[in-house]
Design a protein around this ligand. Structure first.
Ligand code: FES
Length: 235
C-alpha cells in the first residue's frame, strides 16, 4: 500500500532530518501517494488520511497535521470536470462551477483541475486570486457584501458595516465560525440609486438603515446574531 510506504518514509524523514527537511520530504511524498492512489477520495483514502492526521498530531508535526486534515470529497469536482472537455479554455467555467458547489475552491479540487485541464497549478492560483468571485477559504451560506462605494459611503455604509461586524462577531473579509455568513466590503455594485446597498448572495437590498440591516442576519440557526438583533430592535 503506497500510504504505508509513505508512513514509513515520513517517519524516516523525521528521524533522519530536521522538521523543516522532513516536511518538505513529506510534501513530495504526499504528492507521490496521491498520484499512486489515482487521486481517489473514497472511504479508504479518507481513513488513511485520518490515520495520518492522528499520527502527525501525535508526533507534534502540526504543519503536516494541517496538510493531512484537508479531506475534500472530490466527487462533485469529478462531476464538474465531466461536463467540460479537458481543455485549458474552460478553466474559468470549471472554477465557477466548483466555487458554486463547495462555496470555495478547495486546494484538492484545484490540484485535480490542474491535471484534468493540463493547466499549471500556479496559473490556476493566479486566476483564483485575481477574481473576487473566487475564494480559497470556505465561505458562509450567505455572503453579505456591503457596498462601500462613494454613494453608499455618503449614505451610511460604514455604519451598516460596523453594525454587521458587531452582530456577526467577524470583521469584513471573514466568515462566521458556523459557516452561515461571510461579510465583505466591496466597491460600487452598480445600484447607487438605492444606496446604501448590501448584496446578500445575488440579491441587492437597498435603502438600508442600521435597523433594517439587522434583519439580513436573521436565520433559523444563527442564535447569537438573532439574539443580538432582537435585543437591539427592542431598544
Ligand atoms: S456606491 Fe454603492 S451601489 Fe454604487
Amino acid at each position: 500500500m503506497p500510504i504505508f510506504r509513505f508512513a514509513f518514509g515520513w517517519a524516516e524523514g523525521e528521524l533522519a532530518g530536521g522538521q523543516e527537511r522532513g516536511l518538505e520530504l513529506q510534501k513530495k511524498r504526499v504528492q507521490r501517494v496521491r498520484r499512486a492512489t489515482g487521486w481517489k477520495s473514497g472511504d479508504a483514502l479518507a481513513r488513511d488520511f485520518k490515520h495520518w492526521r492522528i499520527l502527525a498530531t501525535n508526533l507534534g508535526h502540526a504543519a503536516l497535521g494541517a496538510v493531512m486534515t484537508e479531506q475534500v470529497d472530490l466527487q462533485p469536482t469529478e462531476e464538474v470536470l465531466a461536463r467540460y472537455p479537458g481543455d485549458a479554455r474552460h478553466l474559468i467555467s470549471v472554477l465557477q462551477d466548483i466555487q458554486l458547489t463547495y462555496r470555495y475552491l478547495p486546494r484538492e479540487a484545484l490540484d485535480r483541475v490542474s491535471i484534468a485541464l493540463g493547466v499549471p497549478i500556479a496559473k490556476i492560483y493566479a486566476v483564483a486570486t485575481f477574481y473576487k468571485a473566487f475564494s480559497l477559504t470556505p465561505r458562509g451560506e450567505k455572503v453579505l457584501r456591503v457596498c462601500t462605494g462613494t454613494a453608499c459611503h455618503i449614505r451610511g455604509a460604514p455604519l451598516l458595516l460596523t453594525e454587521l461586524e458587531k452582530l456577526l462577531d467577524v470583521k469584513a473579509g471573514q466568515t462566521t465560525e458556523d459557516l452561515q455568513f461571510s461579510l465583505e466590503a466591496v466597491n460600487c455594485v452598480g445600484a447607487c440609486a438605492l444606496a446604501p446597498v448590501v448584496v446578500v448572495n445575488e440579491t441587492a437590498h437597498g435603502n438600508l438603515s442600521v435597523t433594517k440591516v439587522r434583519r439580513l442576519t436573521k436565520t433559523k440557526g444563527n442564535k447569537v446574531a438573532n439574539k443580538k438583533a432582537a435585543a437591539k430592535d427592542a431598544n
